[in-house]
Design a protein around this ligand. Structure first.
Ligand code: OGA
Ligand code: MN
Length: 294
């Protein structure tokens, strides 16, 4: 079996075949996958069979693992998955039953339907996310991805000049607030304070620039809040035009890796009385602060 990389478009999304991700990953295959992520930002593997531990071990080969912030903001519920290195993206409760319509974790999870990039609300944001499908509904529940490199490059030069160097404030409570999901304790609110993030980032790996925006971004530091918010809304609207967007239709056994530093994603609706069990491991973007300081 030898690894193959098949682009879906010239520089956004590739499918990778000829590899069993449950097995120890040879260095050469790791490099092939990393090079594909650098070029295509999103890579898709089909037909994988992974335990949580195997998914975590595979992810670890691409960087240090982020602990899931879910535990910090849901302190009083039973969690289904044992490891804090894996985030439960399912609509299941701690006893593997479909979440009740008004369950707190369900309301929080619905914010995945807003365009975002993972953990941009944390001081160390997400680098790569690896999302693996255990159970998916027959219909609906696709994930859409937007290419923020292409979106940046398509902006008029004057706009690029205006936004280079701007810093946005990101907070998880801002994305939840857009859905009027506000039932958090003071302790939960205090566990994830707002953080500054650049609006334009340069990949330390490829030198390519991209937008860095998300539903977590509430305003621009040093600008009146409404002006900054409108600017962010315009940038997200620009970046999510169909020409920048790829839709992934899930099959059981798919693993999708995306680079949070240069893409956004959002879940699409499905019948949430049916089971959708996806689990995510995210690596830490430890270069973010340095890049911003530079
Ligand atoms: C995520 C996420 C989208 C989806 O795992 O970070 O936003 O379609 N998932 O479940
Ligand atoms: Mn996400």
């Amino acid at each position: 079996m030898s690894i193959t990389v098949t682009p879906v478009s010239p520089d956004f999304v590739a499918e990778i075949a000829g590899i069993d991700l449950a097995r120890p990953l040879p260095d050469t295959d790791r490099e092939t996958i990393q090079a594909a992520i650098d070029r295509y930002a999103i890579v898709v593997f089909h037909g994988q069979t992974l335990t949580d531990e195997q998914q975590i071990d595979f992810a670890r080969r691409f960087g240090p693992i982020h602990s899931s912030a879910q535990r910090a903001r849901h302190t009083s519920i039973k969690h289904r998955l044992a490891s804090s290195e894996i985030a439960d993206i399912s609509n299941l409760d701690g006893d593997s039953r479909v979440l009740a319509p008004d369950a707190k974790r369900r309301l929080d999870w619905l914010a995945n339907r807003l365009w975002h990039t993972d953990a941009s609300f944390r001081a160390v944001p997400g680098a790569l996310s690896l999302l693996y499908a255990h159970v998916v509904p027959d219909e609906g529940g696709d994930t859409e991805f937007a290419d923020l490199r292409a979106a940046y490059e398509a902006l008029p030069a004057a706009t690029r000049g205006r936004i280079d160097g701007l810093i946005a404030e990101h907070s998880i409570w801002h994305s939840r607030g857009q859905l009027s999901v506000t039932r958090y304790t003071d302790e939960e609110l205090a566990s994830l304070p707002p953080v500054p993030q650049p609006v334009v980032r340069t990949s330390p790996r490829t030198g390519r620039k991209s937008l860095y925006v998300a539903s977590h971004a509430s305003h621009i530091i040093g600008m009146p809040v409404p002006d900054g918010r409108l600017l962010l809304m315009d940038l997200i609207e620009h970046a999510t035009q169909p020409r920048f967007v790829h839709r992934h239709r899930w099959r059981r056994g798919d693993l999708v890796i995306w680079d949070n530093r240069c893409t956004m994603h959002r879940a699409r609706p499905f019948d949430t009385t049916l089971v959708r069990d996806l689990r995510r491991v995210t690596t830490r973007d430890e270069s973010a602060g340095l890049e911003q300081a530079a």
